[in-house]
Design a protein. Structure first.
Length: 342
């Protein structure tokens, strides 16, 4: 186990016979059985591995638009000991029910809420899970259809870093959430029921960091190989931070590069007009451009390691062409067979 579970509960929100959203509330927390531990361990791993998460904070009414502070107040009452865990989750379920009722598309689901600890931090995990039908074979070899929670395809989930919230209430990133496939809009109702406001544009911060790194190596006296080594080290540092759920710290990154003989990056980043926060979460999808070039368009997809540019891969911007030396063996085999067939 990489997590330590404090409390967990599931409530159901679904359409009643009149077509209205209704809550079916569980009166007590889930027992910390092996099944609960296995489920939350899987969800923790799945959620932590999700790329492109957004980050935010509890909005303040009138200061952050229509932000509702009912969820934050209920959470604080639970944390202060003024209410129990079940009472808090009942309030949360009712808030989500009211939010879901505003949308015609909603079918509800199972609201899972759990407080647990991992990597010296306390978290509140909130997810709206859907049920998925499956078939199984019984002992008498008859088929049986049943429903199970779809844990591998969570789309509506958020995790509140309670430790960071308590230590720094001015933080804008103690809530992380999964972005919908079509962007932030898909999950609006889920964030609105918690009163969550997006605070840190993670992709923008990571892209700004990449811009600063590219400007830094371009203005340095490093050789071509040393420049790529610098990019690789930045990627490795950021990937390592993401792996343990820690933020990128620009000062720490500067010190790491200085240890590799690449000094003054921190001063360079702070001295330019980059508008980088001192700390921000890593977005590995954005950071991959430090190591790879990739693009898709017009039926062509191309990807190659950055170190090959100018050597195995020659780009001519005037003629708008790319020359590849040493075609990958599996691609060469396909091309040769096609040419022979024609």
């Amino acid at each position: 186990m990489t997590i330590s579970i404090e409390q967990a509960i599931i409530h159901e929100i679904s359409l009643d016979s009149q077509g209205q959203m209704a809550c079916r509330l569980r009166p007590q927390p889930l027992l910390n059985s092996q099944a609960v531990e296995a489920m939350l361990e899987e969800l923790h791993q799945t959620y932590s591995g999700k790329a492109g998460k957004g980050f935010g904070y509890f909005g303040v009414p009138n200061e952050d638009g229509d932000a509702n502070d009912a969820f934050a107040n209920a959470l604080q009452a639970y944390r202060d000991g003024r209410s129990g865990f079940v009472d808090f989750t009942v309030v949360a379920s009712q808030l989500l029910q009211a939010e879901l009722a505003k949308y015609d598309f909603s079918q509800g689901g199972f609201l899972l809420m759990s407080c647990y600890s991992a990597m010296a931090s306390d978290y509140l995990f909130v997810a709206l899970l859907s049920a998925k039908s499956s078939m199984t074979v019984l002992d008498d070899m008859e088929l049986s259809q049943n429903n199970h929670l779809d844990l591998n395809n969570i789309q509506l989930a958020a995790r509140i870093d309670l430790t960071e919230l308590q230590a720094d209430k001015a933080s804008k990133k103690y809530i992380s959430f999964i972005r919908g496939r079509a962007g932030r809009k898909v999950a609006d109702f889920f964030l609105d029921f918690m009163g969550c406001v997006e605070g840190v544009n993670t992709k923008a911060q990571n892209k700004t960091l990449i811009h600063a790194v590219e400007d830094f190596v371009a203005g340095s006296e490093l050789t071509k190989d040393e420049r790529q080594q610098c990019r690789d080290r930045v990627f490795e540092y950021c990937a390592e931070r993401a792996e343990v759920g820690a933020d990128i710290e620009v000062k720490d990154l500067g010190d790491t590069l200085a240890d590799q003989g690449m000094e003054s990056f921190y001063d360079f980043a702070c001295g330019g007009n980059y508008e980088l926060d001192d700390e921000f979460p890593a977005d590995k999808a954005s950071l991959r451009s430090l190591k790879k070039f990739s693009g898709t368009g017009g039926g062509v997809t191309l990807s190659f390691d950055g170190g090959h540019l100018g050597e195995r891969v020659i780009y001519d911007p005037i003629s708008d062409t790319i020359l590849i030396k040493g075609v990958p063996a599996n691609l060469k085999d396909q091309l040769d067979r096609r040419l022979k067939g024609e």
